[in-house]
Each structure stands twice: as structure tokens, then as C-alpha cells.
Design a binder for this molecule. Structure first.
Ligand SMILES: Cc1cc2nc3c(=O)[nH]c(=O)nc-3n(C[C@H](O)[C@H](O)[C@H](O)COP(=O)(O)OP(=O)(O)OC[C@H]3O[C@@H](n4cnc5c(N)ncnc54)[C@H](O)[C@@H]3O)c2cc1C
Length: 530
């Protein structure tokens, strides 16, 4: 039986929901987490059986290692253990074996990136040095507070002058394609940035796509692309234990079906089993924006402007098709570096990937898909029996194309692509299991149309435009109700920042200064969303 009344309900136990719950419970609040699925963790879950472990959604956690929010939780004390492959990342340029590799040592990476143009190796080292010099305020600015005034000032100081600050702002706005051209002369450097950009969905010739690729590439060099020893569920398990230690109560198998609002303030949540819980202070929704506004809130309350923004302007990121393989042995890549990489990007030059990203934006299922491949046994030997390999691969369908037939078609092309870069791959497959966009969404309602990021990461749906126009905050037009999932700034990825921001905003609003901090933004938001 659920408690009759609590200070806060967190709807959903993805990483953002769990971080919210921890932050609120650490502040002494009485917190209840209600999760629809039978297991906690959202898109941070793995399954186990017969000696095999399979990460069902997310798998590699550079953002998790680097996130100041998650680091502060000291999850290692609650059982979290990172596991690294000998090489974090290899990008395959073409099926003749050409590749670019990120090695643990930046000097070795520079050799790989400078293979065709030695100057590109030096460019890599300069790029990495600059990142290291601004890393701390940069990650804080991106992953803790919003607006990032304190970290922003520190970042400006580190950069040294107004001119450098402007140059850096310009750098961050750049499309990936232009960034690659400015930084490098050969193919390897741009390809590494392009492959990392494609972890998000900003078109490679569109604004901010460069920053997404640059940041992930720098993180790969800095902290690697680790998996979690024992599977992704061990990551969410550590967060669950941390939340329980802080005093939160977590209940799975309990979908929230509605919210009660009285005099503009959230007062209760209702569950599918017909129970209700009264809420004294706050509700944090670790759900997608369409689920919160389209399903959980009474529809008569939704302001007209917000409804139109959701119906006509809100955009999901690319639908995902994921294959999970059990293999009889390691993939026989033609490129030797790929044989010891935790993550393989397959493949193509930056120019080819610009064309692919145009296909994804114009409704064409790519004939040569770009694959993210996780060779999890390379990082963590517990993932599969001796001599075998547990491997996943995912690729994207074009925006808005999420039907099962297209997913099957893409899956076939993905397997053929691996075979081209690693002849003999097909003979190793013991079995493969396909997660289509429909499977992903039915396993987790937050993954609309199989999207991985809670909505597009393009500039027009970032910051004050995320998930729809507003103030770039977790607040909603209902007092006490906060959106705390990847639907808000800073978006997709396992970093916990969205949940942390939502919880901090809720705590501030409930403090003695609350009437001052919440009234004006809530009134402004209501005005903007009319
Ligand atoms: C295939 C795939 C691969 C990915 N790979 C990576 C990766 O390698 N590295 C990385 O950093 N990120 C990766 N991501 C992205 C990352 O997993 C997500 O950005 C992150 O999990 C978002 O966290 P969240 O807490 O906002 O939402 P989620 O993790 O989606 O959790 C939301 C939770 O809310 C629950 N919920 C929804 N509605 C209700 C309701 N009405 N009642 C109760 N519960 C509800 C859901 O069941 C779910 O458990 C990947 C995502 C996918 C789908």
C-alpha cells in the first residue's frame, strides 16, 4: 500500500528521477518514487541470463563519469564500478581498414588522427589541452546550474579575454562540418568529431552539432567510454541504494495515470491501481513532455499556447533501431584497432556522414547506415561466457519514420554493414534480438517513437526552447509541478543534471524565499504559454 501523503512524488525512476529523489531526500523531504515498469532505472537497465548480460538501452557512460552531479553522489560507495576497454573508441572510415582511434594516451590518439596529415595530431593535442583548461567550469555550466552564471564567469576567466570568450562561443555554435574543416586537414579528425556528433541528432551541417561531437570526443579522451561492470542495471541499482539510504521510498510496477491540481497547484497523484497519494510540496515528472502535458495533467488546464507548441512544434529525436548480438567470438574487424575498442563507430568520412544526416532529415532510410557499436565484453568480461562476445549496435531511422517494416529493413542493412567491415561476422552470430522503436517505447513511455534524448537536441529545442518555449527551467505552469527528465535542459544522456535541476528548483520554491523565487517565473511562464 502506498503512503497517504508525502512531501514529494517523483514519477519515474530513470537516472533523472533517481537523482531528483536523492536530492530531495537528502534535503530531508519525505519522497516517494513511483515507477511504471517492473524494474527501476528507466533507460539504464540490463538483462541477464545464461551467463550473458545485455544493456537494453544506454551502455557507455562518459557523461556519467564526468557529470559533477553524479560524481557528488559517490555512487562507487553503493556498488558502481566502471569498466574500460583497452581503447575507448574507434571510428571506421571505410571498409579497406582505414580508421581513427581514441587511445587512453592523447599522444597515441594524436598519432592515429595525424596518420594522413601529421599536423592533425598536433591540432588534436591543442584541442584537448584547451578542453582540459576549461573542463571544470564548462561541465558545471553545462551540467549543473541554469542559467550558469557562476560557472559561466569562471569559464570566461579561464578563457582569458573577451575576445577568447567570443571565439569560444562561436566555436560552440558551429556546425560539425565547418568545425572539422577549421580544425583538421585530413579525414581522421573530422570523422571522430562527426561520429560523436551523431550520438545526438543535430544535423551535421546545423548549428551546435560541432559542440556535441567535440564534447563527446573530448570526454572519450578524458574519461573514456566505460560501461558499468555487471551491466547497466548495476548503475541504476547503485542510484536506487543511494536513494533508499537517503530515505526515499521506491515502488515499481505502479504507473501514474493522473495528477490532481487545485487552485493552480498540484495536490495529488493517481495511479493505475486506483490509489492516490496527497502531495505536500512537489511532484517531479521524469516523463516525456507529451506524457506529462498530454496524459497526466487534466486536459482542460493546458494553456492553448503550450498545447499548440506540443502539437505543432515539439520534435522527437531520431527513432532508434537496436540489435543485441550474442557472438561466438570477437568481431573480425579489418581495422586492427577496432578489435580492442569498447565502442566502434561504423562508419564513413565526415563528408559521407553529412549526407547520411541529410537523409535522416529528409525521410530516407539510409542505404549505408551509421552504426554505434558497443563491444561490451571488451570492457567487462562478465558480459558473456569465456571466448564469446556480447555486442549491441544501433542506428537511426529518419525523423518521423518509426514503423516496424522500416526498422526491419534498417536492421538488415546494419548487419550487412558490419559484414562489409568485418567479413565473417555473420558466422559468429549465435542469436540476435531486435529492439524496434515500438519495442523501445513500449518498454519505457519516455522513449517516444524510440527517441533516445527526450526530444531533439537541435538548437531550436534547447535552453529556453526546451521542451517548448519557456524559461529554460524545470518549472511548469502548475505550482509545485516540475518536469525533471531529459525533456528539459540539458537534455539526453545519463548525467542526472535534469533531475538535479528539477529538485533544486523545487527545494528553492519551497524555502522561505519561495514565494519570491517562484511567483514571478510561474506568472511569466503562464503568460508565455497562453
Ligand atoms: C537505445 C538507447 C541508447 C542510449 N545510449 C546511451 C548511452 O550509451 N549513454 C548515455 O549517456 N545515454 C544513452 N541514452 C540516453 C539515456 O539513456 C537517456 O537520456 C536517459 O536515460 C534519460 O533519463 P531520464 O531519467 O530522463 O528518463 P528515462 O531513463 O527514460 O526514465 C524515465 C522513467 O520514467 C518512467 N515513467 C514514464 N512515465 C511514467 C508514468 N506515467 N508513471 C510511472 N513511471 C513512468 C519510465 O518507465 C522510465 O523508467 C540512450 C538511450 C536509449 C533509448
Amino acid at each position: 500500500m502506498l503512503p497517504r501523503s508525502v512531501d514529494a512524488v517523483v514519477i519515474g525512476s530513470g537516472p533523472n528521477g533517481l537523482v531528483s529523489a536523492i536530492t530531495l531526500a537528502d534535503a530531508g523531504w519525505d519522497v516517494l518514487v513511483l515507477e511504471a515498469a517492473d524494474t527501476f532505472g528507466g533507460a539504464v537497465r540490463s538483462t541477464e541470463g545464461g551467463g550473458w548480460i545485455s544493456d537494453r538501452f544506454s551502455s557507455n557512460y562518459p557523461l556519467g563519469v564526468a557529470s559533477p552531479v553524479l560524481r557528488a553522489l559517490e555512487l562507487e560507495k553503493f556498488g558502481l564500478k566502471w569498466a574500460h576497454a583497452p581503447l575507448p573508441l574507434v571510428h571506421l572510415l571505410d571498409s579497406d581498414g582505414a580508421a581513427a582511434a581514441i587511445h587512453p594516451d592523447p599522444e597515441d590518439t594524436a598519432k592515429s588522427i595525424g596518420a594522413e596529415h601529421p599536423g592533425d595530431g598536433d591540432a588534436w593535442l591543442r584541442l584537448y589541452q584547451q578542453y582540459v583548461s576549461i573542463r571544470e567550469p564548462l561541465l558545471k555550466a553545462l551540467l549543473t546550474t541554469w542559467p550558469p552564471i557562476g560557472p559561466g564567469v569562471k569559464l570566461a576567466r579561464k578563457l582569458g579575454s573577451a575576445g577568447e570568450l567570443l571565439r569560444f562561443a562561436r566555436f560552440m555554435a558551429m556546425p560539425m562540418h565547418r568545425m572539422g574543416q577549421e580544425l583538421f586537414d585530413g579525414r581522421q579528425g573530422p570523422a571522430i568529431i562527426a561520429g560523436n556528433s551523431l550520438h545526438a541528432d543535430a544535423p551535421l551541417s546545423g548549428a551546435v552539432s560541432g559542440t556535441m561531437g567535440w564534447l563527446l570526443a573530448m570526454l572519450a579522451q578524458d574519461v573514456g567510454f566505460p560501461v558499468v561492470a555487471g551491466g547497466s542495471s548495476a548503475f541504476s541499482g547503485a542510484m536506487v541504494r543511494r536513494a533508499e539510504r537517503a530515505g526515499a521510498l521506491l515502488v515499481s510496477g505502479t504507473p501514474v495515470t493522473g495528477l490532481e491540481v487545485s487552485a493552480g497547484r498540484v495536490t495529488a497523484v493517481h495511479t493505475a491501481s486506483g490509489e492516490s497519494v496527497l502531495v505536500e510540496r512537489a511532484v517531479v515528472a521524469d516523463t516525456s513532455a507529451p506524457v506529462l502535458y498530454g496524459e497526466l495533467l487534466p486536459q482542460v488546464l493546458i494553456p492553448g499556447g503550450l498545447r499548440r507548441d506540443l502539437d505543432d512544434r515539439f520534435e522527437w529525436d531520431y527513432p532508434t533501431v537496436k540489435l543485441n548480438f550474442r557472438l561466438n567470438g570477437p568481431i573480425p574487424w579489418l581495422a586492427p584497432e577496432a578489435r580492442s575498442a569498447g565502442v566502434v563507430h561504423l562508419g564513413g568520412t565526415a563528408d559521407e556522414l553529412v549526407h547520411l544526416s541529410a537523409d535522416l532529415d529528409t525521410g530516407r532510410v539510409p542505404s549505408q547506415p551509421f552504426l554505434l557499436i558497443g563491444q561490451t565484453t571488451k570492457s567487462d568480461l562478465t558480459r558473456s561466457p569465456d571466448g564469446t562476445e556480447a555486442v549491441w549496435a544501433y542506428a537511426h531511422l529518419p525523423r518521423g519514420v518509426a514503423d516496424d517494416a522500416s526498422a526491419e529493413k534498417l536492421a538488415g542493412r546494419m548487419e550487412r554493414a558490419i559484414e562489409r567491415f568485418a567479413p565473417g561476422f555473420g558466422d559468429l552470430v549465435i542469436d540476435r534480438d531486435l529492439q524496434r522503436p515500438s519495442t523501445l517505447e513500449s518498454g519505457n513511455a519516455a522513449l517516444g517513437l524510440g527517441a533516445v534524448g527526450g526530444g531533439t537536441m537541435q538548437l531550436h529545442q534547447q535552453l529556453i526552447f526546451r521542451p517548448t518555449i519557456g524559461l529554460g527551467s524545470a518549472r511548469t505552469f502548475v505550482e509545485g509541478l516540475y518536469l525533471g527528465s531529459s525533456a528539459i535542459h540539458p537534455g539526453g544522456g545519463v548525467h542526472g543534471a535534469c533531475g538535479h535541476l528539477a529538485a533544486r528548483t523545487a527545494l528553492r520554491d519551497a524555502s522561505l524565499l519561495g514565494p519570491l523565487t517562484r511567483k514571478l517565473p510561474t506568472a511569466t511562464l503562464r503568460h508565455l504559454q497562453r
